[in-house]
Design a protein around this ligand. Structure first.
Ligand SMILES: *Cc1c(COP(=O)(O)O)cnc(C)c1O
Length: 349
């Protein structure tokens, strides 16, 4: 197991003198603020926002039961993903390993940062294979990306299997839990205390229903969080997003999540009644991956009927598959009805 995180950090980042904002230089309270070249005319947005988002972090800390020093907030989890590359991966030299198929941003961010991306296909029924992931690593592998529950397959992986990788890999293990609220599994964030190489990603974009605010979270060892804070843009989360999030986090989401999980079961069971549906993969998230006879044909049919799903049939390992997000009960019913009409129309064609 790795304990010395510093050793993994790019030399230029180790030496970095981070930008110090006016708010970093003076943190107390005062009557007159003449330090940040802001407009003195009050309009509720004329002051720069808190670069460390303390109020919002305090609330998230309460909800998640994680100390503030172990929380990074980003402009979506996509910012956290990009930061992992920028902090740990030397462009043109280092590589990362990831389960496959999975969330597309890990590969895109690798490409942008000129980091080699090594996808490792999941096993039968999208099962996790620690051995295969570790075998794909070499001396220049700085991070392993694991998404659980995984997008687009929908299944989640066993904590023990993920910990096995964490213990045996001498680098950062990113565990993306964007869909954890739908999974009935505990977060891996409880392990950040014992394993300084775990970075758990969560987001307000899915179960929390705040995708437009663009707020992602990373939970990790203080050293890693400090590095992320030093490398991020100083004001990476707007004042509007911080304010709205703080207010909207007061709302309970348990009923909505329970309803989506119920609907997920209903949609999964009913999809299987159609002849064009070959397989519905078990899901621990708010979508289902469905294997169908003619994915392009069905996709186009649904589009004409005003229903947009995600065509994943050209993704390696997802051949024949559409990914369908669980909507409101009425929306799901419309989807199933449209599928029935699709089958009828095919019979008479
Ligand atoms: C949707 C999603 C995210 C969320 O990204 P944000 O930038 O926080 O909106 C992260 N990871 C996975 C796997 C996702 O599917």
């Amino acid at each position: 197991m790795i304990t010395d995180i510093k050793r993994l950090v790019r030399k230029n980042i180790q030496k970095l003198a981070p930008y110090s904002t006016a708010r970093d230089d003076f943190k107390g309270s005062a009557d007159i603020w003449l330090d940040a070249n802001e407009s003195p005319y009050a309009n509720s947005w004329n002051r720069y926002p808190d670069p460390r988002q303390k109020a919002l972090k305090a609330r998230i800390s309460e909800i998640k039961g994680i100390p503030q020093d172990n929380i990074f907030l980003g402009n979506g989890s996509d910012e956290a993903i990009d930061l992992i590359y920028r902090i740990f991966c030397n462009p043109g030299v280092d590589n990362v390993v990831a389960v496959a198929p999975t969330y597309g941003m890990y590969a895109v961010a690798a490409g942008i940062n000129d980091v080699e991306y090594r996808p490792v296909q999941l096993g039968e029924e999208f099962s996790f294979n620690a051995e295969a992931l570790l075998e794909a690593c070499d001396i220049n592998t700085k991070a392993i990306f694991i998404c659980s529950p995984n997008n687009p397959t929908g299944n989640s992986f066993e904590p023990a299997d993920m910990l096995d990788v964490v213990c045996r890999f001498e680098g950062i293990v990113v565990i993306d839990e964007a869909y954890i609220d739908f999974s009935a599994s505990a977060s891996m964030s409880e392990y950040i205390v014992d394993y300084p190489n775990i970075v758990v990603l969560q987001t307000l974009s899915k179960a929390r229903g705040l995708a437009a605010l663009r707020i992602g979270m990373a939970f990790a060892d203080r050293q890693v969080i400090e590095l992320m804070n030093n490398v991020k843009y100083p004001y990476n989360i707007s004042g509007a997003a911080q304010r709205e999030a703080l207010e909207l986090l007061g709302k309970e989401i348990e009923d909505e999540v329970a309803e989506i999980c119920r609907e997920r079961g209903y949609v999964s069971d009913n999809l299987l009644k159609y002849k064009c549906v070959e397989k519905v993969y078990p899901s621990r998230s708010n979508f289902v991956l469905v294997k169908v006879a003619n994915p392009d044909g069905l996709y186009d049919w649904l589009v004409k009927d005003g229903i947009i799903v995600r065509n994943r049939s050209r993704v390696k390992g997802c051949e024949g598959c559409l990914r369908i997000t669980i909507g409101l009960a009425g929306e799901n019913e419309r989807l199933l009805k449209s599928l029935g009409e699709y089958e009828k129309s095919n019979i008479y064609r």
